[in-house]
Design a protein around this ligand. Structure first.
Ligand SMILES: CC(C)(COP(=O)(O)OP(=O)(O)OC[C@H]1O[C@@H](n2cnc3c(N)ncnc32)[C@H](O)[C@@H]1OP(=O)(O)O)[C@@H](O)C(=O)NCCC(=O)NCCS
Length: 444
């Protein structure tokens, strides 16, 4: 007879699959732009990284890779004994420098393509449909011109992008590879800053994520601790207070620009840590820093002054039957259980956590104002509730919903019976609402 494992001795492989599967579903068909700096491409970890990127593509994520080549170009110029000035963070590129830069970038492109080809045809993912890497002349460039009084010559910036070309290759399942180079309409070649190019592409293709896979660990706060997440406002104030190194600041500035112009999230991931991109994208806590234009900083425990705001927010959802009716007194009595997201002094989203016993809790009243839906506010609230549940040492979270069961399933909750609810909750179950019951096991 087969031995059934008790919930207490859950197979770690099964736990892992359950933790990652919602992320596979929610990332599928999304567009991610990944920026790799020169140091990352040179490093021993690059083959593993290429394998992780091909895996992301194989599960349906649309990957555009943009690389930087500053380190390699600087080294080549040194070897050749060519000196050049740096103006406004850009290397001045005369014709001689540009010839060297073009060779370096061409060789890097080939090295990246060969690594991608290896992992998709001969590496661990062989046997699946090989992922194609598409490179091309997607970037039209123009000269940066005179900066700080110096003509920067072949130092360029993006003039336009062939978005249709990039998107048609992404839609065919290819990984798109874009070199930090652009062509003018008369055929001149310009050197383009890779991180800026990644931002431009992410904005133009309306990417969900811009991921910096670089030799930078992430963004540090004023207390010197690595930040797991931050909003663009905090990012801007960290830039002003010069807390991070110059390289991190450069990437943070690029990430803020991207998030302020529609990219949902930017991630900073240390490329030297094996599998870091998978951990960042497929686990609850991630490993690097995540930046978003969404107001992370304004999620807080609700207070009495929020009662009216919560009631106003949930009123239409109560009327439609999505949420159970709650009176002023009830919300007031339970106010410590609520968290709220505040924008411009208004409650735009809320959620509540109830503790039923030492191990079981309930997520309730997850509500996002109609004007703010689809911006991950629901996700952020749920992450905060789950974090608080873990701090309370809970192992299981239940939720009862009439209209959002799929939303919770995509976030790792599984359908269960009302008999699975904690005893007290079974007694309170309102059969006339006939809510769907879901459960998620949580652990550190
Ligand atoms: C469910 C709810 C909290 C989601 O909030 P949100 O901030 O829009 O969610 P996110 O931005 O994190 O996620 C958006 C995604 O969820 C999907 N989604 C939104 N509501 C959904 C629902 N009821 N069922 C299934 N998917 C849903 C969106 O289509 C979107 O999918 P996409 O990324 O593939 O386009 C919000 O729709 C809401 O307030 N619903 C009414 C109240 C309710 O039913 N609460 C649950 C009971 S506790």
């Amino acid at each position: 007879m087969k031995k059934l494992s008790s919930p207490l001795e859950l197979d770690p492989t099964i736990s892992l699959l359950r933790e990652v599967s919602p992320y596979f579903l929610s990332h599928r068909a999304k567009k991610f732009v990944v920026y790799l700096d020169g140091g990352t491409i040179l490093s021993d970890s690059f083959r593993g990284l290429a394998q992780d990127l091909i895996l992301l593509s194989a599960v349906g994520i649309r990957i555009t890779v943009v690389f930087g080549a500053n380190q390699q170009i600087t080294e080549r110029l040194e070897v050749k004994g060519i000196t050049t000035a740096t103006v406004a963070d850009r290397m001045v590129m005369d014709r001689e420098c540009m010839v060297e830069a073009s060779e370096v970038i061409g060789a890097m492109r080939l090295a990246i393509e060969s690594n991608f080809s290896f992992v998709s045809r001969a590496g661990a993912l062989r046997g699946s449909d090989a992922t194609k890497v598409s490179s091309g002349n997607f970037v039209t460039a123009k000269a940066c011109g005179v900066l700080e009084g110096v003509d920067t010559l072949f130092c360029g910036e993006v003039r336009s992008l062939d978005i249709v070309g990039i998107e048609s290759r992404l839609n065919s399942g290819d990984v798109v590879l874009v070199s930090p180079i652009g062509y003018s309409p008369v055929g001149e070649i310009f050197d383009i800053k890779g991180s800026d190019l990644a931002v431009e592409i992410a904005q133009s293709i309306k990417a969900e994520k811009l991921i910096f896979l670089t030799e930078c660990d992430g963004v540090f706060g004023a207390d010197g601790m690595l930040l797991k997440q931050l909003g663009t406002e905090l990012g801007a104030s960290l830039l002003a207070s010069r807390v991070n190194c110059a390289y991190t600041e450069e990437l943070l500035g690029a990430a803020i620009r991207a998030c302020e112009s529609g990219v949902q999230r930017a991630h900073f991931i240390d490329s030297q840590s094996d599998g870091a991109i998978l951990k960042e994208l497929f686990t609850r806590d991630g490993v690097g820093t995540m930046l978003s234009d969404a107001p992370f900083d304004s999620i807080r425990t609700a207070e009495d002054r929020d009662i009216l705001g919560i009631l106003e927010l949930i009123r239409p959802m109560q009327e439609s039957g999505a949420l159970v009716g709650r009176s002023f007194d009830l919300v007031g009595k339970d106010i410590d259980n609520f968290i709220v997201m505040i924008r411009e002094d208004t409650v735009v989203a809320c959620a509540a956590l109830y503790l039923h016993d030492e191990t079981d809790g309930e997520v309730a009243c997850v509500a996002v104002h109609e004007d703010y839906r689809g911006d991950d506010f629901g996700d952020l609230l749920l992450m905060e509730i789950e974090k608080r549940a873990l701090e309370q040492q809970l192992s299981n979270l239940f939720v009862m919903t009439t209209q959002a069961s799929h939303w919770f399933q995509e976030r790792g909750y599984s359908l269960c019976e009302k008999e699975d609810l904690p005893p007290q909750k079974q007694i309170q179950y309102d059969s006339s609402r006939n809510s769907i019951v879901l459960k998620k096991s949580i652990s550190n």
